[in-house]
Write a protein that binds this ligand. Structure first.
Ligand SMILES: [Zn+2]
Length: 251
């Protein structure tokens, strides 16, 4: 798949980049990425993925733009309050880069429909706002063998990690969060620009994974926006994990 003159001009800073070059750009062009959630994380990740030249983006979100989203979600405008986020985010991506095909999916992802919605993608970037969705996404990605960048931000804390097989996201959080009642930005608040930073970092991890740069799985990156410090912690696999653990021997 040759890059056109217009693409060579647009991606010039990738083309000259050591260990990336035209081969890396072609990998991004050939890639299909599903983004769960066109919220704060999505506002950071979607423009970065589109600009970098991911060929195909599927944007899954069934929410409408609320005025209280605008403090941290700059892909939406004040005059778009009440409109569907997935469609607006897809339009934003394709207006930013006409070489990108962005497909809005205005459905709520859950454990039942996740495998169907995520199958066929090369990578999933999850920026959803609750644990039940994150676990459904993680379980589906583990079952389908799709690398997952899972990202979250609430109050002053952000976290982002790449999960590829074992350990999976469920190893990290366990089974206690499968209900929809657990966590929500609406009650807890979130500092502006924090989700954008985490979403941008998630896009960086996705681009690295798709271009074949580095091996980023197995560590969780944490941003404390109160102390203003990043740290990375190792993520051990949970042998008893019901998604990726080894079944107990019987007999
Ligand atoms: Zn696991």
């Amino acid at each position: 798949m040759a890059l056109t003159d217009a693409e060579l001009e647009r991606y010039a800073r990738h083309i000259v980049l050591p260990r990336f070059g035209g081969a890396g750009q072609n990998r991004l062009k050939a890639a299909s990425v599903a983004v769960i959630g066109a919220g704060g994380i999505g506002s950071g990740a979607i423009p970065a993925l589109a600009a970098a030249g991911i060929g195909r983006l599927t944007i899954i979100d069934n929410d409408l733009v609320d005025r209280s989203n605008l403090q941290r979600q700059p892909i939406f405008r004040d005059d778009q309050v009440g409109a569907g986020k997935a469609r607006l985010a897809a339009d934003f991506a394709m207006a930013a880069n006409p070489h990108v095909t962005a497909i809005p999916v205005e459905r709520r992802l859950d454990a039942a429909n996740a495998p169907e919605l995520l199958a066929g993608h090369d990578l999933v970037l999850d920026g959803s706002d609750n644990f039940a969705t994150r676990l459904a996404v993680s379980d589906a990605c583990a079952g389908l063998g799709i690398p997952l960048v899972s990202a979250a931000a609430v109050q002053f804390q952000g976290q982002v990690g790449l999960f590829r097989g074992r350990p999976c996201f469920r190893c990290f959080v366990g089974d206690a969060f499968d209900s929809h009642e657990c966590d929500n930005c609406a009650e807890l608040g979130v500092l502006g620009a924090l989700p954008l930073t985490i979403g941008g970092f998630a896009a960086l991890m996705a681009i690295r994974a798709l271009a074949g740069i580095g091996e980023d799985s197995g560590r969780l990156h944490l941003l404390d926006a109160d102390a203003l410090a990043w740290r990375a912690i190792p993520l051990p696999a949970d042998p008893g994990c019901r998604t990726c653990g080894v079944p107990a021997q019987s007999g």
